[in-house]
Write a protein that binds this ligand. Structure first.
Ligand SMILES: Cc1cc2nc3c(=O)[nH]c(=O)nc-3n(C[C@H](O)[C@H](O)[C@H](O)COP(=O)(O)OP(=O)(O)OC[C@H]3O[C@@H](n4cnc5c(N)ncnc54)[C@H](O)[C@@H]3O)c2cc1C
Length: 650
């Protein structure tokens, strides 16, 4: 883009987008140095004060590139590439000994600390995490716009899961006082967008012209809509006559494409072809119709319909299955999420304004009461945390941020060792601590590098899954008059950089009030899932991860501004004037990998990679949602519980 075009979009505007905290780059000292380096290098030994202990340290308020932010991963990548400087000899031994050291301060790591302390109230626990904030994927983004606080989820969106929460996970929620059904009834303000609908933006590169068409029939991710609604929508859509005709047939007619087969036989057949192939080869829709559906599965799977089984799309209420008269219920060849959705569902879902960051914050406040004021599951939302309380010497639970663990090794043979030595990098320096036990609540694929002493078969299993890359972007805008004018609150953009843009959900809770009138500032939530259609799912995730790690914030910002200009600009939105802040939460290692039977084998019970990979090894147990191959908060809790039980009963 030319300089003039950049200017028009507002690329030169002073908005809150860079990683600055009270005017000082976050991670005072070493973190700044390491984030500025293309790769990792150790610094000379010194004793700098930790950034998290500095006055004003408050990472939720940072904007710009968040999620896997600069400084949080370089040492780990260097370790992966075998380029890490020799460890043991250089580590500064802190001589700290804990009953439990936990690697990873996401919900699994925090829950493991909680479960451990519930068994041993005198235990001393240290949690190490590579990010500048706790919570892992459950991260909070805080904005100030128009003199008010706006909150959004940097990652984990809501308390919801395809399967009912287990007794353990539900028990933990009860202990924290989180009652999702009651909160939903009390705090959701659905009426605010009642008069607005969904829309679809057809972009020039994919559909030949830029055009927003609204209302779009059916739900946000497809499914539903009457014949009349579809006719009206398709009339305005810039699609070929064949595509329109076939979409109308697909969406409104009910044909049995497999006459003579039983429901089970049909399900089996559908589990062996992608939804894209089902549409093209079975339903025989014109190829021009495919781009309208390609990204429908991005939000849940991180790949498009070329890599998602048709059977899974049936559960997700995509069109084309009505005439097949499939019996309700799950099938063994469905992925984890669709299998759960096909079974009777939990009656609740609740989205805190900062997503499940609230659960992480509740856990931290419970274990370190001095870190935040308040006492219930509502006041927590506006509670300001004092990060300097997280790693106090006299606290039984300590959370040490910006600390990338690079080595976890038994002191002696695993079967006889009395402790495990844990080496980490912080502020460019190596340090070690010691745990009588260790829970690895970090990502599976990293564990073999941290812990080379694990059996080869286990390391191979740990490497199997490829986490799903995702981007959750929040854009603060001055007001949402343009959405009101267009009559939409949610816009699918199947061909664009971010495939969705939605007004943030309206939730009032504790002292927090969401914007309710169109003259107020609001957050627009956008999602991007980089992938490479045509490849097997895991290869698509690898490609997407590479894309995310090599994309600078400037590229994200330009694409965001361009998308706002093209989707809303014709109706009075000026990105240079109306965008107040941007936060891009990039997650190159996002959702835990869930098995996809288009590409993965059907392992016998006990033999799937997640089961082989989570075996306890001496005093080291493995938690994290990856250990359950299920990308949900309850999985993170369940795996924490199992890991803690395994160590306690060893
Ligand atoms: C964008 C997004 C949206 C989601 N939405 C939902 C949702 O709506 N509902 C839901 O239930 N689930 C959702 N999930 C899934 C859910 O967030 C996760 O399953 C859950 O939070 C995982 O928790 P965890 O503690 O197992 O892992 P994580 O949250 O990933 O935490 C692990 C932590 O360990 C750290 N770590 C890794 N390696 C090291 C190392 N070497 N040293 C130190 N630390 C290390 C990681 O950086 C991370 O901070 C979502 C996930 C993503 C990415």
């Amino acid at each position: 883009m030319s300089e003039a075009e950049d200017k028009k979009l507002g690329m030169d505007r002073q908005i809150t987008r860079r990683d600055f905290l009270n005017g000082v780059a976050v991670g005072t000292g070493g973190a700044v140095a390491s984030s500025a380096l293309p790769s990792f290098a150790l610094r000379a030994l010194a004793e700098p004060a930790a950034a998290q202990d500095q006055p004003g340290y408050y990472p939720p308020a940072l904007t710009g590139l968040r999620g896997s932010h600069a400084g949080s991963f370089e040492a780990a990548h260097s370790e992966r590439d075998g380029k890490f400087p020799a460890k043991a000899a250089r580590a500064n031994d802190t001589k700290e000994i804990y009953d439990l050291v936990i690697v990873g301060g996401g919900i699994s790591g925090l829950a493991a600390a909680h479960f451990w302390r519930a068994k041993d109230a005198n235990a001393r626990v240290l949690i190490l995490d590579n990010h500048d904030d706790f919570g892992g994927h459950a991260k909070r983004n805080e904005f100030r716009a128009g003199g008010r606080m706006l909150l959004s989820n940097g990652g984990t969106w809501a308390i919801e899961s395809p399967f009912p929460y287990s007794k353990v996970a539900r028990g933990l929620m009860d202990e924290l006082g989180i009652q999702p059904a009651a909160l939903e009834a009390k705090c959701y303000r659905r009426k605010v967008y009642k008069h607005l609908s969904n829309g679809v933006f057809f972009d020039k590169q994919t559909f030949g012209t830029d055009r927003l068409v609204a209302p779009a029939p059916g739900g946000r991710r497809g499914g539903g809509g009457s014949l009349e609604e579809w006719k009206a929508f398709l009339e305005k859509a810039p699609l070929s006559a064949e595509a329109r005709q076939d979409i109308l047939r697909l969406e409104t007619e009910a044909a049995d494409y497999f006459p003579g087969l039983t429901s089970d036989q049909k399900k089996d057949k559908l589990s062996r072809i992608s939804y894209k192939d089902f549409l093209l080869k079975i339903v025989k829709v014109h190829k021009d119709a495919i781009p309208c559906y390609q990204t429908r599965t991005h939000g849940l799977f991180g790949v498009g319909i070329d890599a998602v089984p048709a059977l899974d799309c049936w559960v997700l209420q995509q069109p084309g299955f009505r005439g097949l008269k499939l019996e309700p219920g799950p099938h063994p060849r469905m992925g984890y999420t669709p299998r759960g959705f096909a079974a009777p569902k939990e009656p609740y879902e609740f989205h805190y304004p900062d997503g499940n960051a609230t659960i992480a914050r509740m856990l931290v406040r419970k274990m370190i009461p001095g870190a935040a004021p308040g006492h219930d599951a509502e006041d927590i939302v506006t509670s300001k945390f004092d990060y300097s309380q997280l790693d106090k010497q006299d606290s039984p639970v300590r959370i040490r941020l910006s600390s990338i663990v690079v080595g976890v090794k038994h002191a002696g043979r695993a079967a006889q060792a009395k402790q495990v030595d844990v080496t980490y990098v912080r502020d460019g320096q190596l340090a070690s601590v010691h745990g009588k036990n260790v829970v690895l609540a970090c990502w599976n694929m990293m564990i073999p590098y941290l812990c080379p002493e694990l059996p080869e078969k286990q390391k191979e299993a740990l490497h199997y899954g490829v986490k799903v890359p995702l981007v959750y972007t929040s854009v603060a805008i001055r007001n949402w008059g343009v959405f009101e004018k267009l009559g939409v609150h949610s816009i699918a953009c199947p061909g664009m950089y971010h495939h969705e843009m939605n007004l943030d959900l309206c939730v009032d809770i504790g002292g927090y009030e969401s914007p309710k009138t169109a003259d107020q500032p609001i957050l627009v939530r956008m999602e991007r899932t980089p992938c490479l259609p045509g490849l097997p799912e895991r290869d698509q995730h690898r490609a997407g991860r590479g894309d995310l790690l090599s994309t600078p914030f400037e590229t994200f910002e330009r694409s965001i501004r361009d998308q706002f200009a093209r989707v809303l600009g014709g109706d009075g939105f000026d990105p240079a004037r109306d965008i107040e802040a941007i936060t891009v939460n990039r997650w190159p290692h996002g959702y835990s990998y869930e098995y996809n039977y288009l590409f993965d084998p059907e392992w016998p019970p006990g033999e799937s990679p997640c089961e082989l990979s989570r075996r306890r090894f001496g005093r080291i147990a493995i938690a994290n949602a990856d250990a359950g191959a299920a990308a949900y908060t309850d999985s993170a809790m369940d795996q924490a519980w199992r890991a803690v039980e395994e160590l306690h009963s060893a």
